[in-house]
Design a protein around this ligand. Sequence first.
Ligand code: NAI
Length: 766
Amino acid sequence: MNKIAVIGAGVMGAGIAAHVANAGIPVVLLDIVPGGAAKAVERMIRADPAPFMHRIFARRVTTGDLGTELALVADCDWIIEAIVEKPEAKRALYEQLQAVRKPGSILSSNTSTIPLAALTDDAPWAADFLITHFFNPPRYMRLLELVTGPATRADAVASVTQVADHALGKTVIPCKDRPGFIANRIGGQWIQSAINNAMDLGLTIEEADAVMGSPLGIPRTGVFGLLDLVGIDLMPHIAASMKASLPADDAYVAAMRDQPLIVRLIGEGRIGRKGGKGGFYTRTKGADGASEKFAIDLGTGKDRPTERAVLESLAAGKRDIVALVSHPDRGGRYARAVLLDTLGYAAALVPEVADDIAAVDAAMRLGYNWRWGPFELIDRIGPARFAAMLREAGHPVPPLLDTVGEGRFYRETDGVAEVMQLDGRHAPIVRPDGVLLLADIKRRGKPMEKTAGASLWDIGDGVACLEFHTKMNAIDPDVLATVGKAIALGKKGAFKALVIHNEAENFSVGAHLGLALFAANIAAWGEIESMIEQGQKAFAALRAAPFPVVGAPSGMALGGGCEVLLHCDAIEAHAETYIGLVEVGVGVIPGWGGCAAMLRRWTEAKGAPRGPMPPVAKAFEMISTATVAKSAHEARDWMLLRPADGITMNRDRLLAAAKARALAMVEGYAPPEPKPLRLPGPSGRAALMMAVDGAVALGRATPHDVTVCGHLATALTGGPRADITEDVTDDQVRKLEREAFMALLRTDPTLARVEHMLDTGRALRN
Ligand code: NAI
C-alpha cells in the first residue's frame, strides 16, 4: 500500500495515523472540525507516551478538513474510518466517500461495537469493507481485531492483514461479527464482574486490585486502577452499547446493574488520570509538597488515605492460582467469584465470537495485557476442577468444558504445542510464515550450552541464538561466561552465525547492580575489576569472532544490555526497543567497551563531521545525559543503530528477521579490522568540561554529575597523554573505562546512587 487515509482525528484516528506514519507509509488524516486534524498532530508531537516513534514522522501525515478536502483520499489504497460511534454518521461518511475513493480501495471502520452488518447490508461498498479494530494506544497495543462480512473481497482481507502484520506490527485476530468482538466482550464483562464482586464481598479497592492484578497475570492496575487509566467515563458507554446489541439473557447483560458511585464520579468530572481530578485513586500534594494518595471507600464513597492490601490469600496466590481461588478469605472468594464469571463466560463464547481458542487467549493477552488468556487460566486451575467449581456455585457449565473433560486446552506432543479444537481433538498451533519463536524451539529440544544466566539454542540453518534468562536479564558473570562458551563453540564450527535475542519483556536492563553493590560493600575491589575485565573481554571477543553476530533486542536494552549490542556486527531491532547507556544514572560510566564502541561508531559514521572532536562530543552528549532512545528509530539519531541495521515492526517476526540478516552475512564474512582511533586528549577534555560547567550554572548538573562527567570525559578523550597525532586502540580506551569505573565505584555518592536504583528503580540526583 502506497498511501492510507484515516478519517476522524480523535483519540483513535490520530493515533492510528501516527502509527501508519511510524510504518513509513504516507497518511492523510481528516476531521470534520476545521483545523482539528492539524491540531491533533501538533498535540501528538508533544504527547507522552509518544504516538510517533520519531517526531520527524509527523511529516508523513497530511492533514485536512473533511468538508473541503475529502478529495485527499482519492489516491489512498486503504481508508480507515475512526469517527463517532454512530452508525448513521458512519454510513453517511461512506456514502460521501463513494464519490471520491479510487476503485479497488479498501474501506474499514475502527468501530468497537457496531456490527459490520449494520454498516454494510447491501451498500455499494460492502465488497471493499471490513472492520479493523485497533486498541488504545494504537502504537503500543499489539492487537488488531478483524471482522469481515460475507461480501468482503478476499484480496482486501489479505492486503489489510499483510500491512497490519508486517508494516504496523500487529497480531491480526479474525473475529466473528458479534458485538464487542473478542477482547472487549470478555474484558467488559470482566471489569463489570470485578466491580460488582468487590462491592458485594466488601473489599477495598486496593485489595481488589491486588487480587485482580499480578497473582492472575493481569497488569498491576487490576480493575479500579485500569478504569482510572482508560477513563471511568468509558464504562457506561460500553455497557450501554453492549446492552443494546446483546440479548438480554447474555450473562454479561444480565449481570449489569446501576452503579451510583460511578455515575457520581463521572458527574464530578472524576473520570481518572486524563481528567486531572483523580478517579478511584486520587493524588494530591500535601502542605509539605509531598504527594499523598487517596482511595475511595466503596462502602461510604468517601476518600481515605490508601492502605496496602494485606490478605492471606494474596500470600497464598503468589505460589499458585489454585491456592488463591480456594482460599476462604475475602480475597480468595473474590478471585473465585470473578474468575468463575469471566472464564466461564469466555468459555461459553467459543464458537460464538471465534472458533479458535488460541485466538481468544491471544486477544486477551494483546488487548488487555494479560499474561495468560482465559483458556490458559482455566488450564492453570485445571479444566475439570474449574467445571466442578462452576457446578458447585450453581453456574452453567459451558459445553467446551465438557469437551475438554479431564484434559487440558493446551498440551505438548513431541515438543510441539497443541491446542484443542472445537471437536475436542488437539492440533498443532501453526505460526504464520516468517514467524519464528524461541519458545517453540525451546520446547523441541535441549540447549547447546547453558548456565544459570543464559542458554545457547540451535535455531536451524546453522544459526545459534544466545538467550539471556536472569531476572530482568541483568548481565552477571554467568551470562558473560555463556558468551565466552558460545564463541568457543562457534569457533569450533558448531554454528556459522549467532543471534543474541530473548523473548522477555526487556532484552536486558544492564549489569547486575546488586552484585556490584554487594562486592563494593565488602570492598571486594579485585572481584569487581575482574568482572569488568571479563565483560570487556567477552564483548570484544564477540566483535572479533570469526562469524557474524546479530543483536535482536526488544524492550529495554540499557547499560550493559546496550553494550552487548554495540559489539554485534549488525542489529535487527524490534521497533519498540528502548536503548541507551544509562550508567551515569548510577554514578559510573559504561565499562564494558561502551565508550570505545560509541567513539568508533561516530568516527566511522558516513557523512559525520571530520576530526577527532565531533565523535567525542556526540558520545559525551549521549552518555553524560543517560539518554535513552524511545524507539529503534530514535536510536538511529544516536548511532546506537547504524543506517544498515534493521527495524522489525512485528515482535513475532524479530527472530526470523535477525536470523535472515545473520545468514546473509555468512558468506565471505571477516570480523571488522581493529582500526585505531584518534582522540583529542586534555584539550578535548577541557572543552567537554566547559559544557558541564554550563549545565551546573543552569542547575542541570549536580556536584556528583561533575565528578562522573570528569571521568567520562577523560575516557572519551583518550586520557591525559592522548594527542590527535597519535593512534589510540580500543584496548587503551577500555583500560580508561575500567579505571574510571573503579574510581567512581569507590565514591560514596556513586554507592548511594546504586543503592537508590536497586531500592526504587529510579536514579538518585545527588
Ligand atoms: P473521539 O471522540 O476521540 O474522536 C472522534 C473524532 O471524529 C473527533 O475528532 C470528531 O471531531 C471526529 N468526527 C466526528 N464525527 C465526524 C464525522 N461525521 N466526520 C468526520 N469526523 C468526525 O473518538 P475515538 O475514541 O477516537 O473513537 C473513534 C472510533 O474508534 C469509534 O468508532 C470508537 O468506537 C472506536 N474505538 C475507540 C477506542 C477508544 O479507546 N477510544 C478503542 C477502539 C475503537
